[in-house]
Write a protein that binds this ligand. Structure first.
Ligand SMILES: CCCCCCCCCCCCC[C@H](O)CC(=O)SCCNC(=O)CCNC(=O)[C@H](O)C(C)(C)COP(=O)(O)OP(=O)(O)OC[C@H]1O[C@@H](n2cnc3c(N)ncnc32)[C@H](O)[C@@H]1OP(=O)(O)O
Ligand SMILES: NC(=O)c1ccc[n+]([C@@H]2O[C@H](COP(=O)([O-])OP(=O)(O)OC[C@H]3O[C@@H](n4cnc5c(N)ncnc54)[C@H](O)[C@@H]3O)[C@@H](O)[C@H]2O)c1
Length: 280
């Protein structure tokens, strides 16, 4: 494994490309949006600089990581030399399936295709390809360069070898792993969605202000961030897509809070749009 391709250079693709390049992989970051790619490179450079400031990495590691990073809007070029692909496009099943079909045609037979889906079925995504045994879900956490876990989910046909290689890749990126059986939302998104949704319902019902809900959960339950500020960090559009999928697959308990739907309709998407439950 020498070369990783990351598909989608948004919040997560940027972080995954960062930790991959820092781990010594050649990384090609692909997006349909050139501006987004440039923005990703700047974010990675800024976060590498912060790493130097806190003495977590050296100047040399920074420059090596940046020289390992390649950007492209051409999908064939993105996968030409790749060994391992990690997809991080928006949480829309049809979009992920379409990309996996294209990747399956373009990539050498030995290439593993991983999805960074928060909730969806690697079996269903893998079934769209001729390599279900080489498809897997590799669920990273935001902000990727600070968070220590990757949740790995095997699809029905995923081979043990694919699981082993995926674990090794995550380990080389400095991450711990857990292996979870395939259920919608896995362990973490299922839990996160329930807590976050309850916080939004409490806000709508007037139980407390956003600030006090978050403060209560941080100082009273010792969470590092409050559920509403965390939802803003994740992106309210992403969160709504996750909730809708869990609602469809797991039932009524996961119905998205109406305030979430309203905010997304208004274009309040969290920190990335400048406004969510808080102003940025
Ligand atoms: C439970 C509430 C529920 C809320 C609901 C929200 C909706 C979610 C719905 C699901 C949607 C899908 C989501 C997705 O699929 C999965 C996710 O990503 S969910 C979000 C996960 N993220 C979190 O939960 C973040 C919570 N916050 C935190 O844990 C912390 O605030 C933080 C982000 C870690 C930051 O804390 P800080 O104190 O600022 O961080 P540290 O300084 O301690 O750094 C941590 C660690 O990173 C190292 N480090 C820091 N900067 C750099 C750098 N520039 N380069 C390299 N390394 C860096 C630092 O040294 C620390 O390492 P260590 O010393 O510990 O080894
Ligand atoms: N936001 C989070 O905290 C978080 C955490 C873990 C997992 N995830 C999952 O990661 C995935 C990406 O989420 P995100 O928050 O990074 O989304 P995002 O909206 O920030 O980024 C998505 C990127 O994909 C690009 N894109 C769209 N269509 C594309 C295509 N056809 N080909 C290539 N690129 C395309 C967009 O231009 C954008 O740059 C989702 O499946 C999400 O559920 C998100």
């Amino acid at each position: 494994m020498k070369h990783i391709t990351v598909i989608g250079s948004g919040l997560m693709g940027t972080g995954i490309a960062h930790v991959s390049a820092q781990a010594g992989y050649q990384v090609t970051l692909y997006d349909i949006n050139e501006e987004q790619l440039q923005c990703a490179r700047q974010t990675i450079e800024k976060n590498l600089d912060k790493g130097i400031e806190i003495k977590k990495i050296s100047e040399e590691v920074k420059w090596r990581a940046l020289s390992n990073l390649h950007l492209t809007t051409d999908l064939s070029e993105a996968v030409q030399h790749t060994d391992f692909v990690i997809e991080a496009v928006p949480e829309i099943l049809e979009l992920k399936i379409d990309i996996f079909k294209k990747l399956d045609k373009l990539c050498r037979e030995s290439v593993i295709l991983a999805t960074n889906t928060s909730t969806m079925s690697p079996t269903e995504i893998g079934a769209a390809t001729n390599r279900p045994h080489r498809t897997i879900a590799m669920h990273f956490f935001n902000p990727v360069y600070k968070m220590k876990l990757v949740e790995i989910i095997k699809g029905l046909e995923t081979s043990d070898k694919t699981l082993e290689v995926t674990k090794q890749v995550a380990k080389k990126m400095g991450k711990e792993t857990v292996t979870v059986n395939e259920f919608p939302g896995f362990v973490t998104s299922r839990m996160n969605c329930v807590i976050g949704n309850e916080a939004m319902n409490m806000l709508s019902e007037g139980v407390a202000s956003a600030e006090d809900i978050d403060k209560a959960i941080k100082l009273g339950l010792n969470h590092p961030m409050g559920p509403l500020e965390l939802a803003d960090l994740v992106g309210l559009d992403t969160r709504l897509k996750n909730m809708k999928y869990l609602h469809k697959t797991l039932g009524e308990k996961y119905r998205p809070s109406p305030i979430l739907t309203k905010y997304v309709k208004a274009g309040r998407l969290g920190s990335k749009s400048g406004q969510g439950f808080y102003n940025y």
